[in-house]
Every structure is written in C-alpha cells, then in structure tokens.
Design a protein around this ligand. Structure first.
Ligand code: PRT
Ligand code: ZN
Length: 597
C-alpha cells in the first residue's frame, strides 16, 4: 500500500458492487491481532537494491517522499534474495525472458507512513463523518496501511512491476504501478485487458513462489516478514519490526554499488559518461576544469569525486539516455544524435534538421536537456554514391534501401517527407559507409563530421541533407531535480560548467599602451565590450571594464591595460590598437568565470 498522491474517487468501500472485488483484502482488524517479531529474526540487515543491471533493480518511479534514501531502494536482505530469485523465475518463462523485475518502493520510514496516513484519514473522516472510528480506519487502510501495522517500514514490503528491456517499456498491468486513482488497482478488478491480467497473474505466481504475500488491493504490493505476510501465511508473529530511518543506516550491508553510492546517507548525484569513445576525454576534461576531480581511473566502472558529491558512471554511450531517463543516473553527457534516436515519442518534428525539445510530451519526458557543451559536433547526414544517377533527390528514394544505425530518426525523417513505408530501412551497426559499395543499400544515413569518410567511400550528401545537427549535451533526470537535495547539487554542477563554457569564449588580454593614449584605447576596447553586452544578455560579463595599470618605469610613458574579451573581438580591433601604438598584446586562457547578478 503506498501511493497516496491519487486517492480521490476511491471511497467505494461500502458500495455493494465493490464488496466482491474487495473480498480478501487484508483489513486493519486482521493485522491488529498479529503479534510482534522476535529480536533474533529482526536482526536481519538491510541492503539497497542495485539501480541498474539485468537482474532485479530498484528505481523509484516517483520519488515522492523517500528523498532520504534516494537513489537507493532498501529492503531486508532476505527480501532482496527472494526478489532476485523471483527475477530468475520470471526470465525462465520464455515469454518473459527479456524482462526484469523492477522494485519501485521498499523501505519507508514510520514517520512518513504516519504523515501519509494522516493525510488519508483526514480525507476519509471528512467524507464519512457518521461512521465509527473503526470503520473509517478500514476505509483508510485500503489506501494506505495503518502506521501500527504497515509493512513498508519493516523493510519487508515492496512494490514491484516488470520491465521489458527489449521493448524499453514496462509491461502493461492495467494501471501504472502505484496508481490508486481507480479500483483498477485491485488485483481482481473487472475490465482489465487480457495481457495485463496475464501479467498480474505471472507476477503474483513468481512472487508467491518465493514466499511473498500479495495484497489484493494493489496488484504491485507484496511483502515478506511483515504482519501482512504473517496473517496471509497464518503465522502467529512476523519476522521484522518496523525500523526508524536512523536505525537502519547502521544496518547497511551494502554491495559494491551501495558502498559507493550511499555514503552514510550523504546525497550524491550520478553522472553517466561514455566509457571509451569520442566523447570521453572531453567530458572528463570539462569535469576537471569545473574543479571536479575523480579518484579512479576510467578503466573502472564507477569513479568518485571527493570534493564534490558526484559519482561518474562509465557506460556505452547508447545506454546513457535510458540510464538518465530511468533515474539510474541523475545526469548524463551524450551526443544529441544518440539522445534523440532513443526517444520513442518524437513524431514528425524535424525542423530544419534541429529537433525541438518540446516534442517530447512532458509526462513521458523524463529528461531535460540542460546544456549544449560545444564539443562532439557532427550531423546525421543522408548520403548516396557519388556516381548515383538514379537518386538525385529525396523522392528518388522511393523503393530504395537505406542502411543506418539510426532507424528511429531516419523513420521520422522519411515520415516528415512523405516517404514513410516507401523506403526500406536496413539496420546496420557499424561500417555504414560501405553498404552502398557492396550493394547492400542504395543510400546511408550516418554521422558525418569532416565528411572525409564519405569522400573515401565515394559517397556524397544528398542535397546537403542534415537530418539532425548534433553536439554533446548534458541531460538531467526530471525526478532527480524535484528532490531538493539533489537539485542543489545539479545546479551547482551546472554553475561550474557554465563558468567553464563562458570562460572558454573569452580571453584575458594584456597590452602595453602609451600613457598619453589611454583614453582613446580604452574607448576602442569599451566599444567592443558594449557590443558583447548587446549581443546576448546571457553572455554579459561585468568584468570587461578595462583595468589600467601604470608600468614600472621612470617617465610613466607606458601603461598596461587588462581586459577580458572574446578572441574574435580582439582580432577585429588589433589594427586599430596597433595604429595607436599598442604593443605586446598577450592573451591568456581563463579557467572559469563565476558571474554575479
Ligand atoms: O562504444 P560506444 O557505443 O560508447 O561508442 P560509439 O562507437 O557508439 O560512439 P563514438 O565514440 O564513435 O562516438 C560518440 C559520439 O561522438 C557520437 O554519438 C556523436 O555524438 C559524436 N561524434 C562526433 C561522432 C563523430 N563526431 C564522428 N565523426 N561519432 C561518430 N563519428 C564517426 C561516424 O560514425 C563516421 O564513421 O566518424 C565517421 C565520420 O567522420 P568524418 O569526420 O569522416 O565525417
Ligand atoms: Zn506498497
């Protein structure tokens, strides 16, 4: 029993038509009669469920109220073992071999349980003023367990669903996991589609096989070792007590992930970076220039920054969008080409080769593009053999074959140009350029940067088509940003990166100037500085007022001027400067600029 964000319309407890459906729901009454756990069985440690991998994983679908433990979902050790076994049993079923169990909720602190209960009971009280306390408790208990008997605070209860990692989607269950807005959440609800019903049955059967007790009021809720479990299996006492949040931190047993990721409750963020490829060096250099130093080298799969609450996760670049979408990483650095290719929801919105972020509907869009990082620039181009006489324009592609590793974007592109279904797309994962040479395809869609690979393979862009212009971007998980403790860290990371990006555009320039001409020269410089301000208020930097320093020399004929400006601006005025006898113009890189108001 968990989600209390959507509880309206659920006051059907006393309606006759629902009585049958609600048969078998465990009641508060039932659980009050169950005794207390013995200390020996309650000693069992807690541990976090890994947030990625191919076995059972734990991912909060909504962070709701468990910021303290995020990103990890924690449960009792036996619960984790049983979940792993259930996951194996699931995969052993041929139809579910590409699936995994995803836990969306585990331990919850008793205070939070109480707070949630108070919200619900207040609502129930106001709607049913004439009922007795007992009756009102029962109504509320169908939505959230009474704090005295609740299972989540024992670390024994979990909310689970199933993810299909081939389809990159959760299996249908008739409702979203945790959605209590209708009676469709009831395990035996009417009107549930056949596939969803079947998924519910499979989930129940593998969980029960492992000794979990189901709760019939929510298809996703199962427990082991709590009072509900004891009641379900007719045991006099449960295995676990409820635990305060502070008490379980000492209980952590931890695996290789949680050791690194849960550091005594300190909240950290995880940044996914390409493990080995074109984006790796640059991404790491931005971090280092942002003052974020990593302890481990990149051969290892996780690196930790000591001065800043961030861990870097090194992965294949293709995995970065889904890791960030799922919240397994809070932020990621990835090419736009990969990011957009992985978006399943874009539809016909290629505008002059640039995807618009707004295309992703907000509800499904788990990510935000935070920054364009200015490296890894390339574009997704459509190319044909240079000698091709048959394909001279887009419409000539009808009936032809395009080889690409960017099927999604290619389909979107063809769709926009009325060619949907009229061109065959052939998936190819590498050496795309050779496909036309060996008559495997008539055209290709691939990443182009300098264009030299195309040339080498006797290919050329068709009508200079850029399907998508791309550079490395920093993306963030929307749910992570709604956790205050994390959003502070993400903001601070962005501030550092901004300082680096801004600094990269500017140089510190020092020059020797005849003292007599200081006014003329500062004027020339200030004019440029003002233009920079006009150009874009974002780039306005308030330190571009020249600083004039006397030179250490007897007659005071020479002075020195310092200013911060764009290199291109400097070049545009060097002749003016020189004609005013300015000499020794030296410019330096800037490490960072932190902007005031
Ligand atoms: O192993 P993993 O999956 O992590 O890496 P990967 O092999 O998928 O990617 P990688 O390291 O090759 O590229 C990572 C990202 O760099 C891409 O997703 C792009 O965002 C970006 N990028 C920038 C490029 C290029 N430039 C580029 N030129 N990615 C690939 N290329 C290839 C392109 O596929 C083609 O084969 O380079 C060739 C074309 O280059 P030119 O210069 O001859 O036009
Ligand atoms: Zn639950």
């Amino acid at each position: 029993m968990c989600d209390v964000t959507q509880t309206r319309n659920r006051n059907e407890y006393f309606e006759k038509k629902n009585a049958k459906k609600m048969k078998g729901f465990v009641r508060y009454q039932d659980l009050k009669g169950v005794g207390e756990a013995r200390d020996e069985t309650d000693k069992e440690v807690f541990r976090s469920i890994p947030s990625f991998g191919i076995g059972v994983i734990g991912v909060y679908r909504k962070l709701r109220d468990m910021e303290d433990s995020a990103p990890s979902i924690i449960v009792r050790e036996s619960v984790y073992k049983k979940l792993r076994a259930a996951d194996k049993a699931l995969k052993a079923k041929p139809e579910y071999s590409n699936c995994q169990i995803v836990v969306t909720y585990g331990y919850r602190s008793p205070e939070i349980q109480k707070a949630l209960w108070n919200e619900i009971i207040a609502e129930v009280n106001s709607q049913n003023p004439t009922l007795s306390d007992e009756e009102r408790y029962e109504i509320a208990h169908t939505k959230i367990a009474h704090p005295d008997v609740a299972g989540h605070p024992t670390g024994g209860a979990v909310d689970v669903t199933i993810y299909d990692f081939n389809k990159n989607a959760f299996l249908p269950f008739g409702t979203e996991v945790g959605d209590l807005s209708s009676t469709a959440a009831y395990y035996n609800a009417d009107g549930i589609a056949d596939d969803a019903k079947k998924n519910r049955q499979v989930l129940h059967s593998i969980m029960k096989q492992q000794g979990f007790a189901p709760y019939l009021g929510e298809w996703w809720h199962f427990s082991y070792g709590d009072k509900e479990w004891a009641f379900y299996y007719k045991r006099p006492i449960p295995l676990y007590h409820q635990k305060q949040h502070d008490d379980i931190s000492g209980f952590y047993h931890g695996d290789k992930y949680s050791n690194i990721l849960i550091n005594d409750g300190e909240i950290r963020i995880r940044l996914a970076v390409q493990k080995e490829g074109r984006l790796t060096d640059h991404a790491l250099s931005i971090l280092s220039k942002s003052g974020i130093d990593l302890t481990k080298d990149r051969r290892s799969f996780l690196a930790r920054s000591n001065g800043f609450p961030l861990d870097v996760l090194f992965v294949r670049d293709d995995d970065i969008p889904s890791l960030v979408e799922s919240g397994s990483a809070d932020v990621g650095i990835v090419g736009e080409n990969v990011y957009w290719e992985k978006q399943k929801n874009i539809k016909g919105n290629l505008i002059n080769g640039i995807m618009e972020q707004s295309i992703i509907p907000n509800k499904k869009g788990f990510c935000t593009i935070e920054r364009e990082l200015g490296f890894g620039k390339c574009f997704l181009g459509l190319a044909v053999p240079r000698s091709s006489k048959t394909i001279r324009s887009l419409k000539d592609l009808q009936g032809k074959k395009i080889a690409t590793s960017y099927r999604n974007l290619t389909e979107q592109f063809l769709d926009v140009h009325g060619l949907k279904g009229k061109v065959t797309i052939i998936d190819i994962s590498g050496s795309v350029e050779i496909a036309p040479l060996v008559d495997y395809a008539d055209a290709i869609v691939d990443i182009v940067s300098t264009g030299s690979s195309l040339k080498q393979n006797n290919l050329e862009l068709l009508n200079d088509i850029h399907i998508l212009d791309s550079e490395a971007i920093l993306i963030s998980n929307n749910a992570s940003k709604s956790v205050p403790a994390k959003s502070v860290i993400i903001d601070s990371l962005l501030e550092r990166i901004d300082s680096y990006l801004l600094a990269k555009k500017f140089k510190r320039v020092v020059m020797n100037v005849p003292t007599a001409k200081i006014d003329i020269i500062t004027n020339i410089l200030m004019n440029k500085a003002r233009q920079v301000e006009d150009e874009s208020s974002n780039n306005r930097i308030s330190i571009n007022t020249p600083i004039v320093l006397p030179s250490y020399e007897k007659n005071n004929e020479w002075s020195s001027i310092q200013i911060v400006m764009k290199l291109s601006d400097l070049w545009s005025i060097t002749s003016d400067l020189k004609s005013n006898n300015v000499c020794n113009i030296i410019f330096y890189d800037i490490e960072g600029i932190v902007n005031g108001a």
